[in-house]
Design a protein around this ligand. Structure first.
Ligand code: SF4
Ligand code: SF4
Length: 409
């Protein structure tokens, strides 16, 4: 079925959970179901796709990544590949071993990211990684949930120096010319720090640092901590902060209402992805998440199995072209508040947030202030959206040009 509102001929971003092992036990880990490492893996031949729990399935080997996942990344023309985990640095040697295979994708692939708690990162590792992946724009996604080390220890146990190591890694990566996206999981305990962390990051890295703040969803271990979840009023505070700081330096796409007029979106859509912008929620629109065993999901926060990259050499393409849920997400067949909202097509509502609030992936983001008459901050959003485009798009053209000349790190 051809999508009604499809703007993207192919998805742009894939995150791949290289390993199910982790050295942290964060209270809001969406992965917790997949990292019960005490249990034994089920042999490949006994796995029933979509039924055998993901945490019992073995990780893809380097050869499987090389021969079965990466050709599909090329076929789908993904522009961004993000290594995530659990903790990807636990397979750091494999990341380096795959660097030459990534080079073969450089016609279409432009950015390589790594989402890491950064605890194990050393200067030597950063050097080796930046050398091996020098053909790409490199971003490290390093969490910073608080400027209070005590609270970081409480939210991301068990390492006592998690906070200090994360800050060191941010400094190190900036020194080596990498971009930083610093993710903050917003809970009742740290919602008051959003602005202070944003200012801190901006001071640290200017245009090289983005603050990616998302509310704690009902996924993984977070379901054990409902008391940490934001109330509807707190979610509105979160929305206001993100909309008012859109592009300054908060990343544009995640988890917030995205009340942008359709005519405005049409003006920027051709170069939107290059300008690091999206048409609201990326799940099923622009993004796939692949777990350690090759299972595919519409977003890392949505435990909705779509297929497996080992199923056939064109599995991702098949899911993108024909999977009914992906079609529904892309066509914005969403209900509740989002279904009747003026911004359904340009926002669509964060599906993980809708699921957390309603138990339905296609439900409404009921905490949002948007609706048929618009959103109270739509003018602020419109202004910030266009300003971000005017800054980001030319900056990325210059950056890519310098990169081709090897003048940018
Ligand atoms: S579901 Fe939420 S977190 Fe996932 S892509 Fe959509 S906006 Fe982002
Ligand atoms: S109601 Fe849904 S679609 Fe409308 S702005 Fe809010 S999150 Fe977006």
């Amino acid at each position: 079925m051809q999508s009604r509102v499809l703007d993207y001929p192919h998805p742009h971003l894939v995150s791949f959970e290289l390993t199910k092992k982790c050295n942290f036990r964060c209270v809001f880990c969406y992965q917790a179901k997949r990292i019960k490492d005490a249990e034994k893996d089920v042999p490949r031949s006994e796995i029933v796709r979509g039924v055998t729990p993901a945490h019992l399935q073995p990780e893809l080997t380097v050869d499987e990544i090389r021969e079965q996942l990466l050709p599909q990344v090329g076929e789908m023309k993904f522009e961004v590949f993000c290594f995530v985990g659990a903790e990807p640095t636990l397979r750091f040697n494999d990341i380096i071993a795959l660097a030459d295979d990534f080079k073969k994708l450089k016609k279409t692939l432009k950015h390589v990211e790594m989402g890491t708690n950064a605890y194990l990162l050393t200067e030597e590792m950063v050097d080796e990684y930046t050398r091996a992946y020098k053909d790409f724009t490199l971003t490290l996604n390093i969490p910073l949930d608080s400027l209070n080390p005590e609270l970081v220890r409480e939210l991301r146990p068990p390492k006592p120096d998690a906070y200090e190591r994360a800050l060191n890694a941010i400094d190190l990566a900036l020194k080596k010319g990498m971009y930083i996206t610093s993710g903050m999981v917003v809970t009742k305990k740290n919602i008051g720090e959003m602005e202070a962390i944003g200012k801190f990051l901006k001071k640290k890295g200017g245009f090289h640092v983005f603050q990616d703040a998302y509310p704690m969803f009902s996924a993984g271990r977070a379901v054990e901590f409902p008391d940490l979840q934001l109330s509807p009023e707190e979610l509105r505070t979160y929305d206001h902060y993100k909309i008012c700081n859109y592009g300054n330096p908060v990343t544009p796409w995640d988890c917030m209402p995205h009340p942008v007029r359709e005519e405005t979106w049409r003006k920027v859509q051709k170069h939107a992805f290059m300008a690091i912008m999206s048409r609201g929620c990326s799940a099923g629109n622009n993004y796939f998440n692949v777990d350690h065993a090759g299972n595919v999901y519409p977003c890392n926060f949505l435990d909705v199995y779509l297929g497996n990259v080992l199923d056939d050499p064109h599995a991702l393409k098949g899911i993108w072209d024909t999977h009914p849920l992906v079609q529904k997400l892309r066509n914005r067949e969403v209900g509740g508040k989002c279904g009747s909202c003026k911004y359904k097509n340009t926002c669509g509502g964060c599906r993980a947030r809708a699921f957390t609030e309603t138990g339905d992936v296609l439900g409404g983001v009921e905490s949002c202030e948007g609706g048929p008459d618009g959103h109270p901050l739509e003018q602020v959003m419109e202004k910030n959206f266009l300003r971000a485009y005017r800054i980001n798009y030319p900056a990325m053209i210059v950056y890519r040009f310098l990169k081709r000349l090897r003048l940018a790190k």
